[in-house]
Structures are given as C-alpha cells and as structure tokens.
Design a protein around this ligand. Structure first.
Ligand code: TRP
Ligand code: ZN
Length: 901
C-alpha cells in the first residue's frame, strides 16, 4: 500500500495473545438511546510470554465508565488504534484476576449494522469479524475463546423476546415493567460468535430427535406476520442437520438452535453459536413472494450457517488470515449439501453449473484485478474487505480438489481426523490440509502436499493449455497439458500448482464414451479418470483407441482454472451432443457461443449466427432425454461479465450489443421450437418446489421471453397479451417475475402497467419491493435510459439508503450487474457511483466498500471508459474522510499493476 495513512497487517506477524480470557459475564441494560454493558471477565496472563506486556483491549465507539481489577479501580489509558481505540492497562496481577468494565453504547445511532444496533425496533448484534469491540472492550480476536454467561434486561412490552447464545438458565420480571433473561453458552467461543437479539418477535418451533436419540428444539424467529414464510427455512434446517449426521457423522451439540431474521443486514447470515442471525432474504419465503432461486438459496444459506457449527465454531480460525479455513470449507459443505438434496444426476449437475457460473462471473475477475489475493491472504488493511469470492468460492474449489485427490471416503476420514485433533481449538489452514493428508497417507494429496498448498499462497487463475494428437497407426492419443499463472499484486511470478484434471474420451465418429487406458495399464476403464498435473508441462498417452477420441477435459470443473483448448467446432459439437459428463456438455455449448461472441466483438462485424450452432441449440431444445432445467442453462448465453473476461481491452457497450443481437437471433431462428417448449412446460396442478418443476418453470420463462422478443419484431401483440395474462394469473413468484421480465425484455407497452400493478400488489413485502427496484436497475439499456430511471428511483418513497438490501437492489445492482447501463461513454454512470459511494461511506462503510469495487477492473476498459473511470476513482480517493474499508479498495484499484517477468 502506498498510502501511509492506510496501515495493513501481515499474516507472518501473528503472535499469540499476551492474555487469555476464560469466562465472560455480560449484563445488558438495553435501551436504544443508551445501552449499558457491564462486562466481568476472568483474565490470566499467557505464561508462554516471558516478558510482561500491558493488557490491551479493543474498543470502538464506546463511552467508558469504569474499570476495576479484582474489585479495585485500575489505572489505564486509551490509545487511538487503526480501528477505534485500545484500553491499555500497564499494571495487572501476575495470577488470574477479575476484570470488570462498564461501558455505554448507542444502538439507535448505529447505522453500520455492526456491533449492537436497532432494526425496526428490535436489537440485533453482528460481531464478525471485529465488531464485538463495539459492544465492550475485549481481546477481540478469534484465538481468545471464553465461556459466556449473558444477562439481558429490557422493557417487557417492547422487547418480550430476549435471546443470546446457548441455553436459557433463568428469566423473570423486574420492577418498572422490565424483565430479564439469563443465557449460558457452555462451549468456549471467540467473541465474533457472540450474539443477542431483543424485540417483539414470533417463532416457528420444531422438536427433533437426532440419530443418537437426543432431543433438540429448533426455532425460527421473525416479525409477526411473517410466520407463513418460515416453513421452508425450518425444513431446510432439519435437512441440514440430518445431512451433516449422515455424510460426516457430525451431530447437533446444542439443546436449542435458533435462527432470527433481520431486515437490515450487511451480508447473508451469521453463524453465532446456537443463535444464527439471517438477512430476511435468506429466511422468508412462500410461493407468492419468493422465486425458485430464492428457495434454493435459503436451503444453501441455512445449510451453510448450520455447517459452521462444526467448521467454524467447534474448530475456529487462529487469525483472520485463516478465514478460508472456515468459509471455503463451509461453502464446499453447503454446495455438497445442495447437490445431495437435488437428488438426480441432472439436478446435481445444474447446481454445479450454477456454482461455476458464479465463480467465473465474480471470482475470476477478482483474481485478474487489483484485489487479487490468495485464498489465505498475506496482508490486509481491513479484514471486512476479505470476505470475498476468492476466500469463499475459490476456497471451496480448493477443498473440492482435496476431495478429488483423496476420494469422497478419504475426505470424510480427513474431516474426522481434523476434529479429533482440533475440536475446541483455533487453528490454521495448514492444520486442516495436514489432517486430510495424514488421514490419506497414500493419496496424491499426501504425495504432493507442500506443492498443493500453493493454492493457499498464490493468487491468480491458472491457465491450462491442452493439445492432443491422435496416432491412427498406433491407436494412441497423446495429451499434453501445460500450466501458467499470470502475475497478481505482489506476486510477479508463480510456481506450478497441483491440478487434478478429470478426463474422459468421446469417440469423434459416433459420440460413444471410450475406455480410458494408460500406456502402462493392462485394461482400460470406462468413465472419468483423474490426471494430476504437477509440472509446468506434462503428457499422457492413452492406448487402444481404434478411432479418434475427443478429449473431455476438466469434467465437473475439477479445478478452478481457465482451460485453453483449441478444438474444431465439430469436436465441441460432438461433446455438446454426447458427453456423458453433463457439466462438460453444457461447457461445450458455452464455448461455441463464446467463440462466436468473441469473433463478433473483435471483427466489429454484423452478428449472424451460423446454422451449425443454431441447429445444435435446436437439437438440445428438442432432446427428449434432457431435463428442462439443463436445457435452460445450455440455451442461456454466457453473461456479459464472463464475455468481458475474454478480452484484454473491454468495450462493455459492444459486448452488450453482441449479446443482445445473439439472443434476438436465437429467439427468432428457434421461434417454433420456443413455442413448442412453452406449450410443453405449462404448469400442471399447483406450485411444487422441486428441481424438475423448477427446471420446467425456468425453461418456460426463457421460452416466453424469447417468443415475446421474436413476436415483438413481427408486431404480434398476442404473445405480449399472453405474457401479461401469465403475469396476472401466476400462482407463484417465479412465473410472475418471468412473465414480467418477458414484457420488459421486449419493451412491451404492457410492461409499465404491469410494473405498477406489481408494486401495488406487493407493497408490503419488502423483499418483493427489492425485486421491483432491481428489475429496473438491471434492465437492458437502450440509449442510456437506465441511469435516468435509477436516479428517479432514488427519490421514490420506498427507497432507503440505510437499508442495505434496498440500497443494493437499486445502486449495487445498477453499478455491478448492469455493465452496459453503467459503463456509459459520457461517464454519467461513474459520477453516480462517486455520489453513492460517498453517501454510503458515512452511513455504512461495509456496504460502501462493496459498492466501491464496481470499478476494480477499470484498467481493462476501452476508452473513453478507461480515463473516465480513473477520474472517478481519483475523485473518491481525494476525499479526506473515507472509511478505512473504502480507502483500502480505492487505494488498491489505483495502485500500479504488477508486471510479470
Ligand atoms: N460468517 C458469515 C458467513 O459467511 C459472514 C458474515 C455475516 C459476515 N455477517 C458478516 C462477515 C458481517 C463480515 C461482516 O456465514
Ligand atoms: Zn460462512
């Protein structure tokens, strides 16, 4: 970092704490204006530290009233620190002692959604990563684990429900209409897992019995009126509990497990021990307010937070550089959970494709830009900025590669050994990788462990170049793979990775799967084999191939890499039509589309789709053996963001034009097929939530929007009428929104009345109103019409900058999910971004810092976008009161890029 004002901390400087805290006793007198917190701790010096050090406790925005050691007034001072301040006590007893700290905070003034805050009259906390220090002075770091006992006191009428972690020990009434509750969490935990909730909430309850016969109470707390939207969340929780028991033998360890929904929230959800706090977006759903995607997201987030109970809570991180230890592993677990819940092979593949699509649209650009960092970063200024797609999603891919290298059973053994060794401890990524390798001593992982761990230390997306040569005389096929990785900030050169490449062979002649037999093997094997690429370049020879094979590489996306493979269209078409690996079938279709898009963009030529491509797409639509959901994915063109990834110089407007034109042609050229698809996928009976039905809805909605596009050009209003009818009559949000999108996509006259009707109908459903805003902020741009509308919506009575979901639905959606609307030649999109980043900077630095990332990859933009984006970044950088979170993002974006060798 060039800016001296922005200090970063480094992983290599980790030092154990000078003191430990074993017990924490907190008493809260809750009052929105002035909450009093009495914090009594048992503290003891860390005996491994020989030189006596002062006790330094972190605090932020606290009014300190008193400090007592063993009941006596203590001498202390306050020092400013990077974030907030530190309470420094030079003289402490040599033996264990009682430390009592009394502070006051102001929850209703807190707009950050961190620490203790008020949302719609209810108290909530969010402590990860470093916000417990906004509640009381503490050793606010994850390697300090303590047992918490918490007394909550509040007005009984306004705050009838008082919750904290663990078990309810006592509750009762107090004078003056107040009441209290006492909670104890028997599991020692780091401060970031502390939580409390106090307010007027109702709950859905469920008693369950675990496999070993223990009884548990599950509760989902929401505002009154929302109970009818909690059934799916409760079901998801029960499924998650059963799944972790079945797949990994991990049991629920608490008598009571609570989930609470909050509408003002910076992220998705938080795994506080026994008291998960969730963004309403990932709790509230019924068919009339939530789409299929919303339902599936809830299942995965509920699973994610539940799985943290073991991977994160029972075993936690030693320091925040190890964040992927819990996040990468837990994302991997929630992905596996969702896949297992999906059931059929096709539904599993769809989930995998969606995960990979997300990785490519968000994580690949991150790895190619100024924020690129290894999944275990070496330095940061603000840890909040490192809750990234790299730490989460790429982190999950690294875990997945481990599973591939040791096998599914071997991986479960590794997990068991990990808990055997580290239950109750705060550990590192090295500890995890070592446990998985030690449980599988003869595996490829154990063999290459130090090299494999480069995935933890090197940033950037590796590229694999593949080339093959078929020797018809000897019936052999020689495959050569080479790897390289571009420079990233602070890492000009890279060492080779260990890359598992899943491979199969498909006959070029008839599309049949061919047995894979290596030169040193007696017989071949059907199906997928794993090649372990460890060198810069390596070759493999396959034998006994009496016809030419088409290689199907990186099946199931076996590694988070970019595969550069130059094959003829004919071979890609063979894979699209025949690959037994559904992921690669989809991938072949995407390649064919991407190749065409790249050509149209580069040649600046008129978009004209060729017959072989259109015929192949038609064949997929007509294939009776394929699921509707899979067809929908194949027929959906790669996103503008993923297309942009393919260029060194990006022209977002040209990419948008090309993609729109390709979509229009697919709509027109396959018109009859789209109608057939629409007719074949009509709802039968009421709404059902399962992957087959959801796939049919997805395909029908894609068909409807294609038909409307094609029909609009022909001036046929009848289809718009049908879409409007579907919009009105649909018995679920997926179809209602699908029809609305179709009307918007073809710029129908009926779109406007439909939008008005939609808002009137769902005015009291905040999550649906968010969708209404996003429909407009992400609308396909025509002659710059999106920005003026977005500016108008800023003044809409339902808009609010302080509600993170609402702010994201309009502002972030426009800046980060509408490239052509945002990257305007006149720079007006960037001017809007400057305004909003600065407005949010004062209100909520976390949300501001995420929005700030919209211009991360400005260096790749063509002119005039490039210079206008740079000017916008400089304008933000010149502000004197930037929150450290925002400052870090802007400073990195403007830093000079790393040069390769
Ligand atoms: N640990 C949470 C999760 O991934 C992430 C999270 C929730 C978070 N709220 C946060 C991270 C606030 C930083 C700040 O499950
Ligand atoms: Zn998580």
């Amino acid at each position: 970092m060039q800016d001296a004002a922005l200090k970063s901390i480094r992983r290599e400087n980790y030092a154990a704490p000078a003191y430990w805290i074993s017990d924490v006793n907190l008493t809260f007198d809750l009052d929105p204006a002035k909450t009093r917190v009495l914090n009594r701790m048992r503290v003891r010096p860390n005996t491994h530290i020989t030189r006596p050090e002062p006790l330094r406790l972190d605090g932020e925005e606290l009014d300190l009233v008193r400090v007592l050691i063993n009941g006596q007034g203590a001498t202390f001072r306050i020092e400013e620190s990077e974030r907030g301040n530190q309470l420094v006590i030079e003289q402490v007893p040599a033996e264990e002692f009682d430390l009592e700290i009394f502070t006051i905070c102001k929850p209703e003034k807190n707009t950050t959604c961190q620490g203790l805050y008020v949302s719609q009259g209810t108290f909530f906390t969010q402590c990860e990563a470093e916000s417990f220090r906004r509640i009381t002075y503490f050793l606010d770091r994850p390697d300090v684990m303590a047992e918490y006992t918490v007394m909550l006191r509040a007005d009984k009428k306004q705050y009838p429900v008082l919750l904290s972690n663990g078990n309810l020990l006592d509750q009762g009434d107090l004078p003056d209409g107040r009441h209290y509750a006492v909670w104890n969490d028997p599991f020692p935990k780091p401060s970031y897992l502390f939580a409390l909730v106090a307010g007027n909430l109702v709950c859905r309850e469920q008693r369950i019995r675990s496999g070993v016969g223990k009884s548990h109470l599950l509760q989902v707390f929401v505002r009154s009126g929302d109970l009818d939207k909690t059934e799916h969340t409760m079901n998801s929780l029960m499924h998650a509990i059963a799944w972790d028991e079945a797949r990994f033998g991990l049991l629920l360890d608490l008598n009571r497990y609570m989930i609470v929904a909050v509408s003002d929230y910076n992220m998705g959800a938080m795994e506080n021990k026994g008291l998960n706090i969730f963004n309403t977006k990932y709790v509230l759903a019924n068919p009339s307010t939530a789409t299929d995607t919303d339902f599936f997201n809830i299942e995965s987030v509920v699973g994610h937070e539940y799985f943290h109970n073991w991977t994160g809570n029972r075993v936690t991180c030693r320091d925040w550089f190890q964040l992927t230890l819990k996040e990468g592993l837990t994302v991997f677990r929630d992905q596996e959970f969702s896949m297992d819940m999906a059931g059929t092979a096709s539904a599993k593949a769809i989930k995998r494709i969606e995960d990979v699509r997300a990785l490519r649209t968000v994580q690949f650009p991150e790895d190619a830009g100024p924020m690129a960092h290894p999944i275990r970063p070496d330095a940061y200024a603000q840890v909040d900025n490192f809750y990234t797609a790299t730490v989460y999603e790429k982190g999950a891919e690294v875990i997945r590669m481990m599973q591939t290298l040791v096998g599914r059973e071997g991986f479960a053994k590794g997990i068991s050994l990990y808990f055997e060794r580290f239950d109750g401890k705060a550990v590192t990524c090295d500890d995890f990788a070592q446990a998985v390798a030690d449980a599988n001593p003869h595996s490829e992982l154990a063999k290459h462990l130090p090299q494999f761990k480069r995935w933890y230390s090197q940033a950037g997306t590796p590229r694999i170049k593949a080339s093959g040569w078929y020797d018809a005389g000897n019936n052999t096929y020689r495959l050569t793979l080479s790897q390289s990785c571009p420079p990233t900030p602070g890492q000009p050169t890279k060492e080779p990775f260990v890359i598992p490449v899943a491979v199969g062979l498909i006959a070029a002649s008839d599309g049949g799967e061919m047995p894979v037999q290596f030169a040193n093997e007696e017989i071949g094997q059907d199906g997928t084999r794993i090649l372990t690429l460890t060198e810069t370049e390596q070759s493999w020879t396959f034998v006994n191939l009496d016809t030419e094979p088409v290689p199907s590489l990186l099946r199931g996306f076996s590694a988070p890499v970019i595969l550069e493979m130059h094959m003829s269209d004919a071979h890609w078409l063979t894979l699209l039509a025949n690959d037994t690996d559904p992921f690669n079938r989809w991938e072949a279709g995407q390649r064919l589309a991407l190749d065409r898009a790249i050509r149209f963009v580069k040649d600046n030529a008129e978009v004209q789709l060729d017959a072989p491509f259109v015929d192949a797409m038609r064949a997929v639509l007509r294939d009776e053996k394929l699921d509707a959901g899979f067809k929908e994915l194949v027929l959906t063109l790669p996103s503008e963001a993923y297309m942009a990834e393919q260029f060194d110089v990006v022209d977002p407007q040209r990419i948008h034009q090309v993609r729109e034109a390709m979509q229009q042609q697919l709509a027109e050229l396959l018109y009859g097929d789209w109608i057939a698809v629409w007719n074949a996928n009509q709802p039968a009976g009421g709404y059902q939530l399962n992957h087959v039905a959801a796939g049919q809805r997805a395909l029908a909605n894609l068909a409807l929007s294609c038909i409307c596009r094609a029909a609009a050009k022909e001036g046929m209003a009848v289809w718009e009428g049908k879409a409007y009818q579907r919009f009105k009559d649909a018995d679920n949000m997926t179809d209602r929104l699908g029809a609305l999108r179709a009307l918007l996509a073809c710029r129908s006259k009926l779109a406007q009345p439909a939008m008005e009707r939609f808002l009137a109908q769902y005015h009291h459903e905040a999550l649906v109103v968010d969708k209404w805003f996003t429909l407009q902020s992400t609308a396909s741009d025509h002659d710059g019409d999106v920005l003026p509308r977005v500016r108008e919506l800023l003044k809409h009575p339902d808009f609010s900058l302080s509600n993170p979901n609402r702010a994201r639905s309009l502002i972030s959606a426009y800046c980060q999910a509408n490239p052509a609307g945002f990257h305007r030649a006149d720079g007006a999109g960037y001017a809007f971004w400057v305004e909003q980043v600065l407005a949010l900077n004062k209100l909520n630095a976390q949300v501001a810092a995420r929005l700030a990332r919209a211009l991360d990859n400005w260096r790749k933009l063509a002119q005039p976008y490039h210079e206008k984006a740079q000017a916008a970044l400089q304008q933000v950088a010149s502000h004197t009161d930037l929150a450290p979170d925002v400052k870090e993002i802007i400073t990195r974006a403007l830093a000079l890029p790393e040069q390769g060798e």
